[in-house]
Ligand binder design. Sequence first.
Ligand code: SF4
Length: 137
Amino acid sequence: MQEAADAVRKIYAELEERSVERDCLLRSECCQFRLTGKIPHLTTGEALVAAHAFKATGRKSLPQRENGACPLIHPQTSRCLIYASRPFGCRTHFCAAAGGPRARRDVADLIRRLEAVGESLGASEARPITPAIRGFL
Ligand code: SF4
């Protein structure tokens, strides 16, 4: 498990090192799933890393957001509770104000590596963020 989590964090670090003319503006628009109609899907290794980060905040269970927002967004500050460990999709799907999503071709190799880590944990399918993380809480 630790090896898989380390591999995911290494992939996230490599993504950060790739230059791109856009950056997250912390608007949290992409965290409003009901508004965007899009929900991040996590490979199993990503879910493991996100669950570790969530538990490190002292919380034990993911809340249900009545407004359809991500359960990992702080309801008062609108900040991601696990920003440093946020999933790959949250690192590549920039809102329009931040420049729009990264091209998949630019990060396809990293996605394949995340999938491989997931396979090493026995699951190749990416799952929606809430059930994916709940599996490790
Ligand atoms: S994990 Fe964090 S960055 Fe990603 S959608 Fe949820 S609150 Fe937003």
